[in-house]
Each structure stands twice: as C-alpha cells, then as structure tokens.
Design a protein. Sequence first.
Length: 202
Amino acid sequence: MRKKGFTLAEVLITLAIIGVVAALTIPMVINRTNEKELRVALKKAYSTLNQVSIQVLSEDPDFYKKLGSELTNEDFQSTFEQYLSVIKSCDNSTIAGNCFVEEVKTLDGAGGFYVSDDGKVGSILKDGTAIAYDLANAGFLVDVNGLKPPNVMGKDVFSIIYDCNGNGIYDRLCPYGYWVAPTEIECPSGNGFDCAAKYLNE
C-alpha cells in the first residue's frame, strides 16, 4: 500500500506562498514596532524636559518671563544642561551634524528646515536623544533617536514648547499643536508639527 504525501511541487508552492506572505507582513510589523518605540521615546523625552522645567521654575520663579525676553539660546541650554544627563554639547556653529541632524524634513515631504537657523544650540543626552534649544519657537526640538534617520518632523523629530496656547504667553511645557482640537490635528498627514500633541495624548 502506497503512503500518500506531498509532492515536491506542492511543497515548493506552499513555501513560495509563505515567503510572499512573510515578505508583505514582516516589514509592516517592523515599521509599526519602530513607530511605537519612537512614540515611547517621545513620551520619555517630554517627561524629562517637563521635570527639568518644574525644577528650574522652583529655583527661578521668573523663568517663564525670562524665556520671552532675557535668555539667549546659550543661557537656555546651560540652564537645562545642569539637570540633564548630557554627553555632548554644541554651540550654533557645531550643532549641525554633531548634536542634531543638519536638516529636518517635514512629514508631507513638502519642505524642511536647517537646525542651525535662528541660532539654535544643542545637546545629546546619555540615552541618545538630541535636543535643540529653540527660543525663536519658544522651546525645544527633540530628535528621539538622535542623528539616526528618518529625521522627519512627526516621525522622530518633535517640537515641545512653552507657548501652549499659541498666544506668546509662556506658562507651561506642552507639545506643539496643543491648542489644536484633536479632530483637527494633521497627523500623519500635514507637515508633522502637530504629531507631538497627538502622540502625547494617546
């Protein structure tokens, strides 16, 4: 009596189907995992900067007033670096490519900006997070995975600011886009600036 089994052709066809399914699904799973890791890193960076802000404010009750008028980016940087685990510090002439990626692209691919604009200075933290001190925009740019790609606003680069209502009054730390209604936040479409508000409220 002959035993029934699979022919070589059947086995090869089955393996080919499994290979195609794996090729289609594994990149999506990896991409979702990477996105979750970046969002967790954003929450950690935000928490760290918020804790330092509270500490700075407890020692200098006029800190928010100074942000809007007296402090330079260098003052801002030196104030925060006292409380952060910094492994590298850069002035405006050395920030690009050393403490922050040189160019940040927007999420929609329509533009971008250079980190050295507006006199930004930077730090790299022990956990690899890159911070650009950006008083021209009332806060920080944070690249949660440092100089590694994709270096795109709303993917791994986020804006965290003190002007929470978009009215020029500095009163607390919040994600850029905080003032936008959740249903009107443009993320993952748009330029990516509002993504910080979306992800920190998830």
